[in-house]
Design a protein around this ligand. Structure first.
Ligand SMILES: Nc1nc2c(c(=O)[nH]1)N[C@H]1C(S)=C(S)[C@@H](COP(=O)(O)O)O[C@H]1N2
Ligand SMILES: [Mo]
Length: 198
């Protein structure tokens, strides 16, 4: 845990970037409910379904051939650790959405993962400028524990909405709660409003 004593500009900056009730770490802790799924990229698949004009299935090569981006962002877990300045590389949601033909009724998204984990978002929160499907963190391929081969990253929400081992994106007309959202976590999950629990 870093302390905020002293008044160096750098420390003030770290403080202003740390939401209330959070402490800073640089250890990139692993937080998973249940076992780590082991996925081989030969059989990996991402299914895009629900309120779409055409269902799409990407294999690993197809998905990786989409244009790549590098985004820097902070990561806030509801269990009170935050890790600042993460560099994520992968495919931006904006780029992904160019491949999806949504029905006009689509307003919500449920992310599905290998292992059965789910988490939900509004379409607006999902399709933001800073969200992406990441395969690399700080220049290294994701470890199995951190979501290899692909995880979602949504910096403006508590990290339980950054789904690891993602394998499905379901578009919906009505909101459908994900795993933690059904089990007591706040649906909106904004760390700057401390929206932790119901
Ligand atoms: N599939 C899946 N994704 C998940 C989780 C999980 O249990 N399963 N845990 C979430 C939680 S609570 C957090 S804090 C982050 C942690 O990511 P990390 O383990 O890479 O630090 O992943 C999120 N994504
Ligand atoms: Mo978390």
């Amino acid at each position: 845990m870093l302390d905020f004593f002293g008044k160096s500009p750098e420390k003030e900056d770290l403080k202003s970037r740390t939401p209330a009730g959070q402490y800073l770490t640089t250890k990139f802790p692993v937080l998973t409910y249940g076992p780590t799924p082991r996925i081989d990229t030969e059989n990996w698949q991402l299914r895009v379904f629900g309120e779409v004009k055409e269902e799409v299935k990407f294999n690993y090569q197809e998905f990786m051939s989409l244009p790549q981006v590098k985004f820097e962002s902070d990561f806030h877990c509801v269990t009170t650790w935050s890790q600042l300045d993460n560099t994520w590389e992968g495919i931006s949601t904006k780029e992904f959405m160019k491949k999806v033909k949504l029905k006009p009724e689509a307003k919500f998204v449920l992310l599905h993962c290998y292992g059965g984990y789910t988490t939900n978002l509004t379409l607006e929160a999902f399709d933001d400028e800073d969200t992406l499907f990441a395969h690399t963190h700080d220049g290294e391929p994701l470890s199995a524990e951190h979501g290899w081969p692909l995880r979602f990253v949504i910096p403006k929400k508590y990290a339980w909405k950054s789904a690891k081992w993602i394998n499905g994106i379901e578009f919906l007309t009505e909101d459908k709660l994900g795993f933690w959202e059904r089990n007591g976590y706040n649906n909106n999950a904004d760390p700057w409003k401390e929206e932790r629990f119901w």
